[in-house]
Design a binder for this molecule. Structure first.
Ligand code: ADP
Length: 253
């Protein structure tokens, strides 16, 4: 695979206390640099703005009001990008922020524009970091989760592979956080069959979409002929190991 979209979940980028995990970003930057030197092209879709906002301004934590949430994202997005910039700088890589909304994917003119921007960044050797523009996306019109955003981005860019990083090794037959005996599903050829055979459990701490949006993301890209891999992003050198087929994961064809 040459063109790879990598989606980083909140649970992957944040430490247990909600702060951004610098070690994770450092490892990511190194691996991305390594892959780019091999001629691969990388686009990142990253969550974590809200949790970064919460850990910056802890006192707002309990407010569920929509504008507070959006304000938290406005604060956290800066923290998030600052952390990305610092990590990628150590690898002499530039990053470019793209904040998108649902309308960007619905209107042909806007879609063409973001597509061209994305291609330009990648052609220039810059790593695009995509997120939903939470400060303008009210609940009713949001994409709502970055699994979907990552799938739409992969289709828009004609990616060869979508990788979702979460805090679990893949899809299990039951929620692995609650069932020690849960079994990993390594390969999914029929999503409808998968849904009949597994239990879908709750979203954990900082997550938004949960496992359902990941499965739907697979459907979205698979329809365009793009495979998707779900795996645990917190493992060391996960990207490199994954591409060498040496890591536990679920692949959707
Ligand atoms: P992220 O922030 O990485 O996108 P989410 O919290 O939204 O992650 O979704 C992943 C979580 O979904 C896992 O940590 C797991 O606890 C939960 N989950 C529920 N059911 C399943 C299942 N059948 N297989 C795997 N994970 C599941």
């Amino acid at each position: 695979s040459k063109k790879i979209v990598i989606k980083i979940g909140s649970n992957t980028i944040a430490n247990a206390d909600g702060t951004i995990c610098r070690e994770f970003l450092q490892g990511l930057a190194k691996q991305v640099n390594f892959l780019m030197k091999q001629g691969k092209q990388i686009v990142i879709v990253s969550s974590g703005a809200r949790i970064a906002g919460v850990s910056t301004i802890g006192k707002w934590m309990r407010k569920e009001d929509m504008h507070y949430k959006q304000a938290l994202c406005a604060i956290g997005q800066v923290e998030l990008m600052d952390a990305y910039r610092k990590a990628f700088e150590t690898q002499q890589l530039h990053i470019g922020q793209m904040l998108l909304t649902r309308e960007d994917f619905c209107d042909a003119h806007r879609t063409l524009n973001i597509r061209n921007t994305l291609f330009t960044l990648v052609d220039e050797g810059v790593v695009p970091v995509v997120n939903e523009n939470d400060t303008v996306s009210v609940d009713e019109i949001r994409i709502g989760d970055n699994d979907t955003l990552a799938a739409l981005t992969a289709n828009l860019w004609n990616a060869d592979l979508l990788i979702l990083f979460s805090d679990i090794d893949g899809i299990y037959d039951k929620n692995p956080k609650e069932n020690k005996s849960a079994k990993l599903v390594e390969e999914v050829k029929s999503i409808n069959q998968l849904i009949k055979n597994i239990e879908i459990g709750d979203v954990n701490s900082f997550g938004t979409g949960g496992i359902s949006t990941k499965i739907e993301a697979a459907r979205t890209v698979n329809d365009y002929g793009i495979p998707m891999i779900l795996t645990n992003g917190k493992k060391e050198n996960i990207l490199l190991k994954l591409l060498e087929d040496k890591e536990k994961a679920t692949i959707f064809w």
